[in-house]
Design a protein around this ligand. Structure first.
Ligand code: ADP
Length: 190
């Protein structure tokens, strides 16, 4: 099984590119953000816990997302691998992922990072807000907090995966097709 991590700041275009990646490489897409929004919409206990955190631009507790990931690994069959989108987002989550995979003698295949400058994050998220109406896209303050959360908690993962020799970066500035080709040329190596 292949285990790809799709990495990048909020608004980098991970969701957009994920669709093409799962199709071409027969992967199952796991977006922790989408799974959490589903829980919120269903009004579950987990959804109620997640709602306040997400809508202020904060992360939900590591154990919550780790449980969701392990559950997906154990239930989805008939694919060549998984595409993790929005997970891991903290160092403890990255370590937990390594431990979960180790139980079945598997490991992370590669981290594919879509990189855009901070100035572009705000612009892209505001564009998406008009189309999707996500509560965590609704105000500049929330978006700024998500950018700060990304730099403080998620960006250190770049060094974690670089040290493991698993970090690959695609420039996220360009057309959707150009970025897709950059990503495919990375994934074709595995
Ligand atoms: P974006 O790609 O714009 O950052 P996501 O849909 O991936 O948006 O995530 C939305 C929100 O869901 C995050 O801001 C965070 O609050 C929560 N979330 C998603 N994934 C995780 C995670 N791995 N750990 C903690 N919180 C998460």
């Amino acid at each position: 099984m292949k285990y790809y991590i799709l990495f990048g700041p909020p608004g980098a275009g991970k969701g957009t590119q994920a669709t093409a990646m799962v199709e071409k490489y027969n992967l199952h897409h796991i977006s922790t953000g989408a799974l959490l929004r589903k829980e919120i919409a269903a009004g579950t206990e987990l959804g109620r816990l997640a709602k306040g955190l997400i809508e202020n631009g904060n992360l939900v507790p590591d154990e919550v997302v780790e449980g969701m990931i392990e559950n997906e690994f154990n239930t989805v069959k008939g694919i060549d691998g998984f595409l993790l989108d929005g997970f891991p987002r903290t160092l403890p989550q990255a370590e937990a992922l390594d431990n979960i995979l180790k139980k079945s003698s598997e490991e992370v295949t590669a981290t594919v990072s879509i990189m855009i400058p901070d100035e572009m994050i705000m612009e892209r998220i505001k564009g998406r807000a008009l189309k999707e109406g996500r509560a965590d896209d609704a105000s500049e303050d929330i978006i700024n907090n998500r950018i700060a959360t990304y730099h403080a908690q998620t960006e250190p993962l770049i060094d974690y995966y670089k040290s493991a020799g698993k970090y690959h970066e695609a420039d996220g500035v360009g057309t959707i097709e150009e970025i897709r080709e950059r990503i495919f040329s990375i994934m074709d190596k595995f």
